[in-house]
Design a binder for this molecule. Structure first.
Ligand code: ATP
Ligand code: MG
Length: 274
């Protein structure tokens, strides 16, 4: 556990997200490396207090498939600093851009680990709401862990989620835009499965599935594509039958038809040894 921010020294910037900056840091006393995420809290004190309280929930999560939180601090400036487990291979988004697209067998391995993480969260009644390649972190042991859960849910109250649409809305499921049409028994869990399906397609084909390579659609056409278009699929690709079917189970537009985490954990795509 990290009990004082002053015990950490900053080594380098790891990246910038919509909500703040992430640094690689080292605890002076133990020489242990962590990631420090600093979220700029420019909202008023009461809202910030609430965010801070809810973030305490993150500290209680304990799963090998979820990035661990070793401390949360409120700085005098109002910024919130979270000490996180350091994942030395970065995000799946980073890897997609540096190494390129992923093979089916690595995607099966990734799927299994993310599903285990989602199973942990969902069984603790936590909806992640922001599953996407940049929130799935990897280390050199080839472990894949879910990061940033709950943060987006908590942040949504203070930020318009669509202000920073690419960060927050692009992976959102049809029922989050249009619960009347796609959200029979809407409870939010199925939204994480949609986002996982989109993420896997992106890692396989190399670009965000709702837009051509190298192009970012505007917010309105993206929402139209998600709600009125066919869901992305791998039917025309060289993917195996199992992988194509797995994607189809994740990307059902009607949330009640989508498979649950537990169903997907026994899908041949993830149970098969390759
Ligand atoms: P968002 O604000 O929507 O979450 P994001 O996921 O791109 O967007 P951050 O979560 O702030 O942004 O992360 C920014 C970058 O910091 C990531 O792309 C990753 O490279 C790095 N990073 C974040 N957390 C860790 C971690 N625990 N270990 C190692 N690197 C990390
Ligand atoms: Mg993130």
């Amino acid at each position: 556990e990290v009990d004082r921010l002053s015990d950490l020294e900053k080594l380098q910037v790891l990246g910038n997200g919509n909500s703040g900056t992430v640094y690689k840091v080292r605890q002076k006393r133990t020489l242990q490396t962590y990631a420090l995420k600093v979220i700029h809290g420019d909202c008023d004190t009461t809202v910030r207090r609430q965010i801070f309280r809810e973030m305490e929930i993150l500290r209680r999560t304990d799963s090998p498939y979820v990035v661990r939180c070793h401390g949360i601090f409120e700085k005098p400036s109002g910024d919130i600093a979270m000490v996180l487990e350091y994942m030395d291979s970065g995000t799946l988004d980073n890897l997609l851009h540096t190494i390129g697209t992923f093979s089916e067998s690595s995607l099966a391995n990734i799927s299994r680990q993310v599903l285990n993480g989602l199973n942990y969260l969902h069984s603790h009644k936590i909806v992640h709401r922001d599953i996407k390649p940049s929130n799935l972190l990897v280390n050199s042991k080839m472990e894949v862990k879910i990061a940033d859960f709950g943060v987006s849910k908590i942040m949504c109250r203070t930020l318009d989620p669509c202000d920073s649409y690419v960060g927050t809305c692009a992976y959102m499921s049809p029922e989050r835009f249009d619960p009347d049409t796609y959200g029979a028994n809407y409870n939010g869990y199925a939204g994480d499965i949609w986002s996982l399906g989109l993420t896997l397609v992106e890692l396989y084909v190399g670009h965000f599935p709702f837009s051509p390579p190298g192009q970012k659609p505007d917010w309105a056409s993206l929402m139209c594509a998600i709600c009125f278009g066919e869901p992305p699929s791998l039917q025309e690709s060289s993917a195996s039958v199992e992988f194509r079917d797995f994607i189809q189970c994740c990307l059902q537009k009607e949330s009640s038809k989508r498979w649950t985490v537990l169903q997907l954990l026994s899908h041949p795509f993830v149970t098969q040894d390759r």
